[in-house]
Ligand binder design. Structure first.
Ligand code: SAM
Length: 395
């Protein structure tokens, strides 16, 4: 804001105008021609073309790796009314599209027009992340908008993501409003699930794998082994166990495996857990001559930059080779990536090499993407992040 109470201005370079005016929300350092003096991190600015006209408004952080994050291609004030309208339209977009659960992502950052805010709902509790300097400045307004529009009884904050450091912000966690329970409780189909707000990874639970969990559950056979690699709290395993399979869940997060064991007990199913590095544990299972009817490989974001992709592909190949060797003929393997930079073709390449190393054939029976509560906007390529391929090992 200038002394006269007007918004400060940021001018784009000519080469960036068409992209950003075309609803791409990010302006990188090389896209910015000029910025008014005195802008402080997170200020809302007027975004202009080099010949003057405004094309919209966004947050600006001169110190950030992505200094500009567009909020609107109009001229609205960025205030409580604006944030309430954004939350309302995010809720409307999801209406009737997520069924069989009381847990869903209600705000998916820039894909819901709120760059830097992620909010997941679990029953009556919201889990919220603020990731950049702009939303940090408007945190009180956004919290109020979320409270008023969602009607959630309580909310907690898990703003402890590395992205904040790159924005020059400290990490923060805590209660936002209401009485946050020690164990957050929700359901997915016929499973009652829980997590402890401050011990869990990210916002608590990987809601984005909901459809894939259901897909895998539909494919398992009672009595057969189910291999859940990078399991976290074992969402895939619990569904498979409900269908009568015998899951083995592998993760290096001991706390998550403890949660899984308790979930299994409370849901009246049985799941075996193996704590340690995934590839090492897969090698150990192979030595034990284990056979599985179906398997999932769902590693963390292995590629945060394009340069990481070749190394990530090798990890996928190593995991898939071991899983394919232990899969019965006709068994299914789901391979997922949550990294924007890893494309479906990269997963297919990695799987192709793995099938060669495992000396088996496989059919690609499905390619799946993130569910509707994690929108993928055409104008924001980065909003497509979760991609999975489902293989069937040839008999
Ligand atoms: C994307 S999450 C998995 C989510 C899970 N499939 C679900 O549906 O809830 C990735 C998991 O990989 C685990 N992980 C990361 N590196 C690992 C490694 N080298 N070995 C085993 N687990 C690892 C993390 O602890 C995390 O739980």
């Amino acid at each position: 804001m200038t002394k006269a109470g007007k918004l400060s201005s940021v001018t784009l370079k000519p080469g960036a105008v068409r992209r950003i005016a075309g609803r791409y929300p990010f302006g990188h350092t090389g896209d910015i021609q000029d910025a008014d003096a005195g802008i402080t991190p997170g200020d809302v600015v007027e975004v202009r073309t080099p010949d003057g006209p405004g094309i919209g408004r966004g947050y600006f952080n001169p110190q950030g790796a992505t200094p500009l994050r567009m909020l609107t291609w109009g001229r609205e004030d960025i205030d409580l009314k604006f944030y309430r309208a954004r939350v309302r339209s995010a809720l409307a977009r999801r209406e009737g599209r997520i069924t069989g659960t009381d847990a869903l992502r209600v705000l998916h950052a820039e894909a819901d027009g709120m760059p830097g805010v992620v909010a997941d709902r679990f029953g009556d509790v919201l889990s919220v992340q603020f990731r950049n300097a702009g939303v940090e400045r408007h945190r009180d307004l956004i919290v109020r908008a979320l409270r008023e529009e969602t009607g959630a009884a309580s909310a907690f904050e898990r703003s402890d993501t590395g992205e904040r450091r790159r924005e020059g912000l400290a990490l923060r966690t805590g209660v936002l409003w209401g009485d946050v329970p020690e164990r957050v409780t929700f359901f997915e189909d016929d499973l009652n699930l829980h997590f402890a707000p401050m011990d869990a990874q990210k916002t608590g639970f990987f809601l984005d794998q909901r459809d894939n969990r259901r897909l895998m559950r539909s494919l398992v056979q009672p009595g057969e082994g189910f291999l859940d690699v990078y399991s976290y709290t074992g969402g895939f395993s619990l569904h498979a166990a409900r269908a009568g399979a015998k899951p083995v869940a592998l993760d290096k997060d001991q706390v998550a495996l403890g949660v899984l064991e308790r979930e299994a007990r409370e849901n009246g199913v049985s799941v075996g857990v193996r704590w340690g590095d995934a590839l090492e544990t897969l090698t150990a299972l192979e030595r034990e001559k284990r056979v599985f009817g179906a398997a999932v490989l769902d590693p963390p974001t292995l590629a945060k930059r394009k340069d990481d992709v070749p190394r990530a592909k090798r990890i996928f190949t190593d995991g898939a080779t071991r899983a394919l060797r232990m899969l019965k003929p006709g068994g299914h393997l789901l391979i997922s990536t949550c990294a924007h930079y890893i494309r479906v073709d990269d997963l297919l390449d990695a799987a192709r090499v793995a099938a060669g190393e495992a000396n088996c054939g496989a059919e690609v029976v499905a390619v799946t993407y993130q569910p509707a509560d994690h929108p993928h906007l055409l104008s924001v390529p980065e909003s497509l992040y979760l991609k999975s391929i489902l293989l069937r090992k040839e008999a």
